[in-house]
Structure formats: structure tokens, C-alpha cells
Write a protein that binds this ligand. Structure first.
Ligand SMILES: CC(C)(COP(=O)(O)OP(=O)(O)OC[C@H]1O[C@@H](n2cnc3c(N)ncnc32)[C@H](O)[C@@H]1OP(=O)(O)O)[C@@H](O)C(=O)NCCC(=O)NCCS
Length: 188
């Protein structure tokens, strides 16, 4: 059974993973959610106005009222900047499985932060929440996302053709990845 404990603060070498709050709204907008270089790799379109982000952050903050909401802002220790977000979602009580998704602001790409955040959340999901399997999918034209999945021990299970249609009405093939709790705990 999944052990829901909400969204606890976690620290890694370079990052703090923490709950978001309304003071983060401008950073969310400026750093990733209005930037098509980031959002083109996700399903939802880039925000055009801060009012969309205010609504989004309000929804996240109200999500924290329930224990089964696991949504972290990613803060860079060195600068205090909020550089991205990562969440566990789609919890399936019948299997104990869930999904993970994440975004890092473009100016912070390729500095190891995505891997560090994903590693922390996968570890938390298996050790603290007793998740059975964590899965994720990335567009095949977004190999960096697959790279970080592989780096934390996830295995590519296949390619699903036209798995999503994005906000620009483009169908995308997606690579589906997963990692099992048993395999993870045996290795670490
Ligand atoms: C995917 C994402 C989170 C990665 O974050 P990040 O902080 O840049 O990740 P890291 O720096 O830890 O690792 C990126 C890896 O991808 C590799 N990479 C980058 N571009 C690549 C490319 N075009 N092809 C192959 N590998 C690539 C980097 O070299 C690095 O691997 P390395 O450490 O072995 O050199 C970030 O690119 C992002 O937010 N993208 C937009 C949103 C998104 O794709 N979300 C996930 C949807 S499934």
C-alpha cells in the first residue's frame, strides 16, 4: 500500500526540494512555464500571461492540503532561485504504481540538476512512500529527458506511436520508461 506523506522538504547536494507558495509565482512564470523551449516537451502550452500561472500555483498550493499530493519546487541552494518543478502523480491504489514528471528552467539545463532532483524523488517514492513502480514518458524528440531517466536506473520499456497530441496539435511518439521498487532497493 502506498504510504502518503504529502510533499516533505528534501535536500540534495545542490538542491532543496520544497513545497511551492504564492511568492514563487513570478519565478515559475519567468523560469520555465512561459518558455516554449521547456513547455514544448510537455503537454500543456506555455503560459502567455502571469494570471495563468497565478491560477496554476494556487491549484498546487491547495493540493498540499491532501497527503496524496507530491509536488516539489526545485530550489538551487547556491542562488536561492526556484529553477524547476517535479511531481509524483497518477497514483494507482490497485497496483501501488505512479508517474513522475519534471521541468527545469532552460538556463539551468545540462548542469545535473534534473538528474539530482529525479534521483531524490525516486528514492523518496520507493523508500518513504512504498511505491511499487514509477513510470514516465518523454517525447522521442526530447532525448535529454530519457537520459536522466536512464541515469537514475529507469529502463526504457518501449515506444508508443502518437502517444500524445501537444498544444501545437502535433502528435508525438513517446518513449515509456519505468523502475520497480524491488530492483531499485536491491541496487542502492
Ligand atoms: C529533461 C530536463 C528536466 C533535464 O534536466 P537537466 O537539468 O538539463 O538534466 P541533467 O543536466 O541532469 O541531465 C541532462 C542529460 O541529458 C543530456 N542531453 C542534453 N541534451 C541532449 C540531447 N539532445 N541528446 C542526448 N542527450 C542530451 C545531457 O548531456 C545530460 O546527460 P549527461 O549528464 O550524461 O551529460 C530538462 O531538459 C527539461 O526541463 N526539459 C523540458 C521539460 C521536459 O522535458 N520535461 C520532461 C518531460 S518527459
Amino acid at each position: 500500500m502506498i504510504n502518503f506523506v504529502g510533499t516533505p522538504r528534501m535536500e540534495t547536494e545542490q538542491l532543496i526540494l520544497r513545497k511551492m507558495n504564492s511568492n514563487d509565482t513570478q519565478s515559475v512564470f519567468d523560469h520555465w512555464i512561459s518558455d516554449e523551449r521547456v513547455t514544448d516537451n510537455r503537454i500543456n502550452a506555455a503560459h502567455k500571461s502571469i494570471s495563468q500561472t497565478i491560477e496554476r500555483v494556487e491549484k498546487i498550493v491547495s493540493g498540499y492540503e491532501t497527503k496524496d499530493f507530491c509536488y516539489w519546487g526545485i530550489e538551487l541552494k547556491a542562488s536561492g532561485d526556484l529553477i524547476g518543478e517535479i511531481d509524483l502523480y497518477d497514483f494507482d491504489p490497485s497496483t501501488g504504481n505512479c508517474e513522475v514528471s519534471y521541468s527545469i528552467g532552460y538556463q539551468w539545463w545540462n548542469q545535473g540538476y534534473g538528474t539530482e532532483a529525479l534521483r531524490a524523488v525516486v528514492d523518496f517514492g520507493f523508500r518513504d512512500m512504498n511505491i511499487h513502480k514509477i513510470s514516465a514518458a518523454h517525447n522521442t524528440d526530447n532525448p535529454a529527458s530519457g537520459k536522466i531517466m536512464g541515469k537514475v536506473g529507469m529502463i526504457q520499456e518501449g515506444i508508443i506511436r502518437d502517444m500524445i497530441r501537444n498544444s501545437k496539435n502535433q502528435y508525438k511518439d513517446c518513449a515509456v520508461w519505468g523502475i520497480l521498487q524491488n530492483d531499485y532497493l536491491k541496487k542502492v
